[in-house]
Unconditional design. Structure first.
Length: 366
């Protein structure tokens, strides 16, 4: 059942994804509004063929400006922002209906939706982002890139919805395509010129470099982000996790241990930090610390997957990935029967490395 929602999409050269995006959200919304910023491919034609209302504008190096134009163009009482490289997960009818009922009753509410970000190692990073709100709420966007919601005439109340989308824009080939990587970095450094101690901008620059595989530059900016950060910032836990992985990739183990000690003390229920700790010990390959490995991954399993309302997380750190790493430990220490148990549990979740280990052990036992 369609809800009184305008799905708003900004585009530029998105012909490979715009059709799938529109098809995925069309069953749930009354209107789809596309604002194109200068596509030179078939994006506009595809969007029109899919029934979207298409408008065109000039790209002015400001994402908030485009978002705010989309709000003005929308005709329905509720607005949801969706990127062209995002897809609504099937069977979301109840989630849309329930969310719209709440927003229509209270225009101070802003709904967060679940985003499942695909990664190059076939993993998924789950996040929660504010995306759906009432048109008459007074909401607007600020910031030329990685724009954020604001309101000048009331306090906004953020709620978690059950709406979930998948996102492929963090894949390395997508980041480097269509000059998005260069465009994003140019805008981020433009923002950084205004305040070179802006933790959030350093954080986003670091993430951009990290996604592109430029680990040394990622580490530099993530270290700056952490230096200028404080726990009150909404992204602080994610910053610690992201900075931690950058330290591991750059083999800065002493700094990583210091970071994890602080991070786990502050976010004791954030499974990703324990998982990173365990992976660090595995990477060290040191007999001195090997005995700690099983307890750390068992802690991950005990904690389970982090609450998506609180933390950005890599899917599996509290379940099948922790089981797999525990299986590796048991296998390497000659405890094959225990390893098989962990691999089987991990394989039940469809985790390919676990399936491969099971097959290899089976072949070896024949």
């Amino acid at each position: 059942m369609k809800q009184p929602v305008s799905a708003c999409i900004m585009t530029k050269n998105e012909q490979d994804s715009i059709g799938i995006c529109i098809d995925s959200i069309n069953p749930y919304v009354e209107e789809i509004v596309v604002l194109d910023t200068g596509s030179e491919d078939s994006t506009v034609d595809i969007a029109l063929a899919k029934g979207a209302v298409v408008n065109k504008t000039v790209w002015r190096n400001d994402f908030s400006m485009i978002r705010n134009e989309l709000i003005k163009l929308a005709k329905q009482p509720i607005i949801i922002m969706i990127d062209a490289d995002e897809v609504v997960i099937p069977n979301q009818g109840w989630a849309f209906e329930n969310t719209c009922k709440r927003l229509l009753k209270d225009n101070s509410l802003v709904g967060k939706i679940g985003i499942l970000n695909e990664t190059d190692d076939n993993g998924v990073i789950s996040a929660s982002i504010s995306r759906i709100f009432s048109k008459n709420s007074g909401v607007f966007y600020k910031g030329i890139i990685h724009e954020q919601i604001d309101c000048s005439d009331k306090k906004l109340n953020f709620i978690q919805t059950d709406i979930v989308m998948s996102h492929s824009g963090y894949l390395k080939n997508k980041i480097l395509a269509n000059k998005k990587y260069d465009r994003n970095l140019t805008l981020l450094f433009k923002e950084l010129d205004k305040n070179n101690k802006d933790s959030y901008i350093h954080f986003q620059i670091g993430r951009t470099y990290s996604a592109a595989g430029i680990d040394d530059k990622a580490l530099f900016h993530l270290s700056k982000a952490y230096k200028f950060s404080n726990r009150e910032q909404a992204y602080h836990s994610t910053l610690i996790q992201t900075y931690g992985w950058a330290l591991l990739k750059n083999k800065k183990i002493t700094e990583l241990f210091e970071l994890l000690q602080v991070g786990i003390e502050q976010y004791h229920d954030y499974t990703d930090l324990y998982f990173l700790y365990g992976c660090t010990l595995v990477e060290l390959r040191s007999a001195e610390f090997a005995h700690l490995i099983p307890d750390i991954f068992l802690t991950c399993i005990e904690l389970g997957e982090p609450d998506p309302r609180k933390y950005e997380s890599v899917l599996g750190v509290g379940s099948y990935k922790a089981r797999y790493n525990l299986g590796l430990y048991y296998e390497l220490t000659g405890q094959i029967d225990k390893a098989l148990i962990e691999y089987r549990i991990s394989a039940e979740a469809g985790f390919t490395p676990a399936i491969e280990r099971l097959n290899k052990i089976s072949v070896g036992r024949k």
